[in-house]
Ligand binder design. Structure first.
Ligand SMILES: Nc1ncnc2c1ncn2[C@@H]1O[C@H](COP(=O)(O)OP(=O)(O)OP(=O)(O)O)[C@@H](O)[C@H]1O
Length: 554
């Protein structure tokens, strides 16, 4: 029913025209049956036969168009809904709290938004055809009832007994579909690992062999599950066909034996029952695609629930801005703020805080400390990406709330340590005033890259050069606060010196507040304030210094 929940929300709005077309196609099916059956009883009337042949051909022709329109409308509707669902999921991922989005993981998000939604899309035309098949079966049964009530009872009796047996098989198919889904996830994770570490695998044969053997085991598990599904499906299909044959045999052998139905009615009823075969087989054959779509729908809804974010955060934007705005801020502060990484299975949790920290506008703040001390976590708390679980985040004394968080985050541009630089300058404010060229000159990138059509001409560069472009992109956002996480780590000694001795003073002269995580102790004096992070707590050094000997790793 998860599939139904999604479709009702997105694809099945105003489905009445589609349903009408389906019923029309089913009625035309019935017209085919009745014209053939009528022909069977007037074989010696050539004129009547001609008339019935004309009705048959007209019905077949109309059925073809009704069916075609229905399928094309269903596919069009689903593709439109699919586009909405895909972007909705991305919107939710962007709007979600970062820990929630990280817990879901980019791999799972890509899987759900890609191949799994495709399964959903494929199921919709099948569902519409199944609806039409159900309508055709109902109409054929009504026609059968007009011939003989006993015939309908016989058909329904066999369908009920067969249905109970088939239902058990359906339950097994559903369980197998879940297992296949899990096995596919495991294989896709292993494949992803190998593709992400191709260089390491080429260099280390043991690593490559172990990774491939792990992937092979997953592929084998998936093959076994798929094989079990195939075997169960064949059982399910055979049962369905047997049920149908039993119903047919019931009419031919049972109907004349237990009632005094005449031979013509038995033949017509048998023919009507045979006519039900095609829609029954259509429904039976479409069931696996329905099960896969149901599993995909469950997975989609689970990801949505884990993201805990509304689909269209942009609509709430008007409420976001506080009456005064944050653009003129003087101080950003964490007051008694704490954030705890939960760890796994109750072990390995890590808490940063409670922390009291003030960042004054225009200051150059360096955040220093050993690996794992909590620097990045602190930065994420300051950015409002990790919500303070205790204490608060304030701007000039006003607490940043859920409603003002968007405006607060607008203060920052960031270059994370694992930054991914894109060619398109999505966040840049204006590119017409020569600032982009000035930045590329400052960062010594003008001979490699230019800015054209709101994009860098290339990002196929070395690691250090990509970081310089990321810094240029961040500065083009023209935000009052720039946050850098170990930005200089992959710069050469020459450019690192330039960064601390020229670029940081250049930023300070422009009034940009800089909060930089750094291990470059030779340049700590370039900061106004040094925040030393130690095991989740902080120590503020207003006159930045070289690290004290007791803080150096053993
Ligand atoms: N997503 C996470 N889930 C669980 N624990 C985490 C997570 N991120 C960080 N931690 C833990 O929190 C602690 C602080 O991590 P953080 O990334 O803030 O350290 P850091 O000072 O930036 O380290 P580094 O200098 O190595 O980048 C570490 O012990 C780490 O294991």
């Amino acid at each position: 029913m998860d599939l139904w929940r999604i479709l009702r929300r997105d694809a099945l709005r105003n489905m009445q025209p589609l349903m009408l077309l389906a019923v029309l196609a089913a009625a035309l099916n019935l017209a085919l049956l009745t014209s053939l059956n009528s022909a069977l009883v007037i074989m010696d009337d050539p004129e009547g036969l001609q008339r019935l042949l004309f009705i048959f051909l007209l019905s077949a022709f109309s059925w073809r168009f009704a069916q075609g329109w229905m399928m094309s409308a269903a596919s069009k509707r689903m593709q439109a809904a699919l586009a909405i669902l895909r972007v909705d999921l991305l919107r939710r991922a962007v709007a979600a709290d970062l820990p929630d989005a990280m817990a879901v993981g980019s791999g799972r998000l890509a899987q759900v938004a890609g191949p799994e939604l495709q399964l959903l899309a494929q199921a919709v035309p099948t569902l519409v055809i199944s609806f039409q098949s159900v309508a055709a079966i109902v109409l054929c049964l009504l026609y059968l009832a007009s011939l003989s009530n006993a015939a309908v009872l016989i058909v329904l009796g066999f369908l009920t007994v067969g249905g109970v047996l088939i239902a058990r098989s359906v339950l097994r198919l559903e369980r197998l579909s879940e297992t296949i889904h899990e096995a596919e996830g495991a294989l896709s994770e292993r494949s992803d690992h190998i593709l992400q570490t191709l260089r390491e695998c080429k260099l280390n044969r043991r690593r490559a062999a172990n990774a491939l053997s792990d992937a092979t085991a997953c592929a084998e598990a998936l093959r076994t599950e798929r094989h079990r599904f195939g075997a169960e499906y064949s059982h399910y299909f055979t049962l369905s066909e047997l049920t149908y044959y039993a119903a047919l045999a019931g009419i031919i052998f049972l109907l004349p034996a237990v009632t005094n139905t005449d031979i013509t009615t038995v033949v017509l009823a048998g023919h009507a029952a045979a006519f039900i075969a095609y829609p029954v087989i259509t429904i039976v054959a479409s069931y696996p695609s329905y099960i896969s779509a149901e599993t995909a729908a469950r997975s989609y809804l689970a990801v949505e629930a884990e993201l805990k974010a509304p689909p269209r955060p942009a609509q709430r934007r008007a409420k976001d801005a506080p009456p005064t705005g944050f653009a003129d801020f003087a101080t950003i502060a964490l007051d008694g703020a704490a954030y705890r990484h939960p760890g796994r299975d109750g072990t390995g949790s890590f808490t940063v805080g409670p922390i009291d920290l003030r960042v004054e506008r225009g200051d150059i703040v360096f955040v220093t400390g050993h690996n794992g001390a909590g620097k990045s976590t602190l930065i994420h708390m300051l950015l409002g990406l990790y919500p303070a679980q205790r204490g608060s985040l304030t701007v000039d004394g006003a607490v940043v709330t859920a409603d003002t968080l968007g405006s607060y985050r607008d203060l920052f541009s960031v270059v994370f340590s694992d930054n991914h630089v894109t060619r398109q300058l999505y966040g840049a404010v204006s590119l017409e005033d020569g600032f982009a060229d000035e930045l590329l000159d400052l960062l010594e990138m003008s001979d490699k890259v230019a800015v054209e059509d709101r994009a860098f001409t290339t990002v196929d560069l070395s690691q250090g050069q990509k970081k310089r472009l990321a810094l240029a992109a961040a500065l083009l956002e023209r935000k009052p606060v720039l946050v850098l996480d170990e930005w200089a780590a992959d710069q050469s000694p020459y450019f690192r010196r330039k960064f601390y001795r020229e670029i940081i003073p250049w930023m300070k002269a422009r009034g940009i507040t800089v909060i930089a995580v750094t291990h470059d102790d030779a340049y700590f004096d370039a900061a106004d304030v040094q925040i030393q992070v130690e095991q989740g707590g902080i120590r503020r050094l207003d006159t930045p210094t070289l690290p004290a000997p007791d803080l150096l790793p053993a």
